[in-house]
Design a protein around this ligand. Structure first.
Ligand code: F6R
Length: 268
C-alpha cells in the first residue's frame, strides 16, 4: 500500500485525475471501477476538465460502479445511477451502454444479480483501476464492518451509522433505502490497481485503522493491505492520525523517481 499525503482535497483530486489520464492513455479500452459519495466529486470535476481540454477520452472505456441502492428507480435523484450520469457520464464521451451499476429490484433475485455483475466484470477483462472512498467506519463499497473478506457482489444491510452519514443527501421525510447491492471485498481486491481517496478529519480514524491497524473484517478497508497495487491519496486532515507519517513520506519520496521513469501502471 502506497500512501501519499497532499495539502488539501483539490490536490488529492488533481493527482487522482492524472492517474486516470495515465491509465487511459496506456489503455484506452480500460475497465474502470467507480465510486459515488462526496469524496470523488472533485475528481470527477477534474476528469471533466481534462476531457474538455481533449487530454482524456473515455470513448472506448467501460465502467463498473461499486454499489447501488436496492430497488431504487434509476431516475430517482438519490440513485447512484443518477449521481454518475449527472456528475460524470453525461459530461464526458463514455458510451452509457458501457457503464454498469449492480442493480437489483424487488422482482429480481439478489443472488443471481450479484453473480451476473461478477460475470460482466470478467467479460470486460476485469477492473484495471478501482476507485474507492472510505466510510468513517472503515467500509469500502457498502462492505460494512464484519463483512467477509472473501465476499462477492451481493445485497447488504447498511449500518445505522452509514444510514445516518448518508441522510444528509435525503430530503426530510423522504424514504431512505436501508439495503444496497455492493461489490464484495474479494471483488474489489481482484482489481489490478486500486486508488483510495480520503479527505477530512472525519476519515482520520478509519484511515489509520486501514493503514496501521491489523487486517480485520472490523475495518473492511484493512483488506487493502493484501492488495499488491493500492495507492492511498489523503489530505492532511485524513492523514492526521497516521502513526508513521514521516516514514510514509520518505517512501513516497523514494518512489517518486521510479514512478516518473516507469509510470504508475507498470504491471498493466
Ligand atoms: C460509494 C461507496 C462508499 C463511499 C464511502 C465514503 O460508492 O461505496 O463506500 O465511498 O461511504 O463516502 P463519502 O465520500 O461520501 O464520504
Amino acid at each position: 500500500m502506497q500512501v501519499l499525503i497532499f495539502e488539501n482535497k483539490q490536490k488529492v483530486a488533481f493527482f487522482a485525475a492524472q492517474l486516470f489520464k495515465e491509465l487511459l492513455q496506456l489503455k484506452p479500452a480500460a475497465t474502470l471501477g467507480l465510486a459515488t459519495g462526496s469524496t470523488p466529486i472533485e475528481l470527477y470535476k477534474e476528469l471533466v476538465k481534462l476531457y474538455e481540454k481533449k487530454e482524456i477520452s473515455f470513448s472506448k472505456a467501460a465502467s463498473f460502479n461499486l454499489d447501488e441502492y436496492y430497488d431504487i428507480d434509476e431516475g430517482n435523484r438519490n440513485s447512484y445511477r443518477y449521481f454518475m450520469n449527472s456528475m460524470l457520464f453525461e459530461k464526458i464521451d463514455i458510451n452509457l451502454k458501457n457503464t454498469y451499476l449492480p442493480t437489483c429490484n424487488q422482482y429480481q433475485n439478489p443472488g443471481q444479480q450479484g453473480k451476473h455483475y461478477e460475470a460482466l466484470i470478467q467479460e470486460c477483462g476485469g477492473i484495471d483501476l478501482q476507485l474507492l472512498g472510505i466510510g468513517a467506519n472503515g467500509h469500502i463499497g457498502f462492505n460494512e464492518p464484519t463483512s467477509s473478506l472473501a465476499s462477492r457482489t451481493r445485497i447488504k444491510s447498511l449500518t445505522p451509522q452509514t444510514i445516518q452519514d448518508n441522510s444528509r443527501l435525503f430530503e426530510k421525510g423522504e424514504s431512505q433505502p436501508q439495503l444496497a447491492m455492493t461489490m464484495g471485498i474479494a471483488t474489489i481486491l481482484d482489481a489490478k490497481y486500486i486508488v483510495l481517496l480520503a479527505t477530512g478529519e472525519v476519515k482520520a480514524r478509519a484511515v489509520s485503522d486501514m493503514v496501521n491497524g491489523s487486517l480485520s473484517a472490523n475495518c473492511p478497508a484493512s483488506a487493502l493491505q493484501m492488495h499488491p497495487n493500492t495507492i492511498v491519496l489523503l489530505d492532511e486532515a485524513a492523514a492526521s492520525q497516521l502513526k508513521n507519517k514521516e516514514y510514509l513520506q520518505w517512501v513516497a519520496n523514494q518512489n517518486e523517481s521510479i514512478v516518473k521513469k516507469h509510470g504508475y501502471f507498470k504491471d498493466l
